[in-house]
Design a binder for this molecule. Structure first.
Ligand SMILES: [Zn+2]
Length: 309
């Protein structure tokens, strides 16, 4: 693809997914273009996730302010990755930032180091503003009378994944446990754990899901992520037994229906993760991120992954 053929994605969209509950959708859902959300209660706002670059974080905050002038009392981080947390600073210092304990550890441990993998992006003045209210298994927030249940489902996409379940509306903010239209990324998590988490996700009985990336969807998106993760696991088992390196295996693998997902090069990272599990490493054992990233670039024929952040 030449430079001219790369079209800039559409601007972010605010969608009222249930009365007073908004999804902030950033097309096209590829690298670092995540979704966020906000719930407007009688006294204040509960926000879910920030965004990656400083410019995008300010745009999120401005979109929130176009809906309400009420104070943002709480910001929930579904997990530590920079697309969901680096923009936290626009909410500081008057907002309680809530997440799983391991999300805080990862956010502090990784800092903004992943930004260097995408040198063409103007990240702006991002700074790590970690969650400072943490929990282990479950925490319930209230927007007036409306219950918002935070459930820990990790380790899965990362070690600290939580979801926000709003039972009264059968609405789930799934974070990156659900990618809709993009390739799931398990580089910092565990595929086996993620599959387990999907079973728990299904049991909520959600009718609407705000995924971490891609358009708002229904529970069928859970099945789609599961099919992809099982494909990765099964392919890895064959490649591992045949003595192939993850990149070699990725190059000869027919992605079939998954070739239509964006960010296909993530197959390389996902195979590295699956191999780690086949070797019996502990769940979410650290991978050599620079090597894995370089192999994704090699898989793309030398092109770095598209990042429109
Ligand atoms: Zn994400």
């Amino acid at each position: 693809m030449t430079e001219n053929e790369i079209l800039t994605p559409a601007p972010p969209q605010v969608e009222e997914v249930s009365a007073g509950i908004f999804a902030y959708i950033q097309p096209d859902g590829t690298w670092f273009l995540n979704n966020a959300g906000f719930i407007v209660g009688p006294e204040g706002v509960i926000a879910i996730d920030s965004t990656s670059t400083a410019r995008r974080a300010r745009a999120l905050f401005a979109a929130l302010r176009r809906q309400t002038e009420k104070p943002v009392q709480v910001l929930v981080n579904t997990h530590s990755h920079g697309d969901h947390t680096w923009g936290n600073f626009v909410f500081a210092p008057n907002t309680a930032i809530v997440a799983h304990e391991r999300c805080r550890e990862e956010a502090i441990g990784s800092g903004t180091s992943a930004a260097a993998l995408f040198p063409d992006v103007d990240w702006g003045e991002i700074r790590v503003t970690p969650p400072f209210v943490t929990f282990d298994e479950r925490l319930t927030l209230y927007a007036g009378d409306l219950r918002i249940e935070l459930h820990y489902l990790g380790p899965a996409h990362t070690t600290g994944d939580i979801v926000a379940w709003i039972p009264e509306r059968k609405l789930l903010f799934a974070g990156d446990l659900i990618f809709n239209g993009g390739t799931p990324l398990a580089i910092g998590g565990t595929i086996a754990g993620w599959l387990e988490a999907l079973g728990r996700l299904r049991s909520f009985g959600a009718e609407s899901i705000v995924p971490g990336h891609g358009p708002v969807c229904g529970p069928e998106a859970i099945d789609a992520v599961e099919r992809y993760l099982r494909f990765v696991q099964e392919s890895a088992r064959r490649g591992f037994e045949a003595g192939l390196e993850p990149l070699e295996l990725a190059r000869e693998l027919d992605l079939g229906p998954f070739a239509e997902l964006s960010d296909r090069e993530r197959i390389v990272a996902n195979l590295h993760r699956a191999y780690s599990e086949l070797r019996g490493d502990p769940p979410a054992a650290p991978l050599d991120i620079r090597r894995v990233f370089a192999e994704m670039v090699a898989y793309n024929g030398g092109q770095p992954p598209h990042c429109f952040a």
